[in-house]
Design a protein. Structure first.
Length: 176
């Protein structure tokens, strides 16, 4: 596996994230989404104001492999049994960097960060259970990747995102 330099992203990295998304998000969903839904989702998730809000208000943490890929996650509360839930928001690898191990490195970066958060949250009370979840379109080839790295299909749904559009997703999970 190649040695990738992964770093935490900051607000000044928004143009780089947008540039990668313009390539990889569009390529990933070109045969899955209508052109209208593609544009709607690009604006909803990758406009400058949306990325700023994700980084500041929504507490998303982004990591970059400059020019090669990006990943983000956020805390998502707790479920009924007290398990701390984190949501993997984005994990995209540029087309020419796919199948190099970068996706796994980005994923492992998030898992490591979530485990650190769980340790902080546990304090002196003992080990807190955690789960990392993500939404993935039911027609996305990445499902095989996520299953390969240990995630499982926890549930599925059709989630309204506005303007009459839906995300038809599996919710995949990894128990930590």
């Amino acid at each position: 596996m190649a040695d990738f330099k992964i770093r935490k992203a900051a607000l000044q990295d928004i143009p780089a994230i947008r540039a990668m998304a313009d390539v990889v998000f569009r390529r990933t969903y070109k045969d899955i989404l209508s052109p209208a839904q593609m544009e709607y989702m690009m604006d909803m998730m990758y406009s400058v104001s949306s990325l700023e809000r994700q980084m500041t208000v929504q507490r998303n943490t982004f990591f970059l492999a400059d020019g090669m890929g990006y990943v983000s996650f956020r805390p998502d509360g707790s479920d009924a049994d007290g398990t701390a839930v984190f949501h993997l928001e984005k994990l995209y690898v540029m087309p020419d960097c796919q199948k190099t191990g970068l996706g796994r490195v980005l994923f492992d970066t998030v898992v490591s960060e979530v485990r650190k958060e769980l340790e902080k949250m546990s304090g002196k009370t003992g080990k807190l259970k955690g789960r990392l979840e993500l939404n993935v379109n039911r027609n996305n080839q990445a499902i095989g990747f996520y299953e390969h790295i240990g995630m499982y299909k926890a549930r599925q749904g059709d989630f309204p995102i506005g303007d009459g559009f839906y995300m038809n997703d599996y919710i995949m999970a990894l128990d930590l």
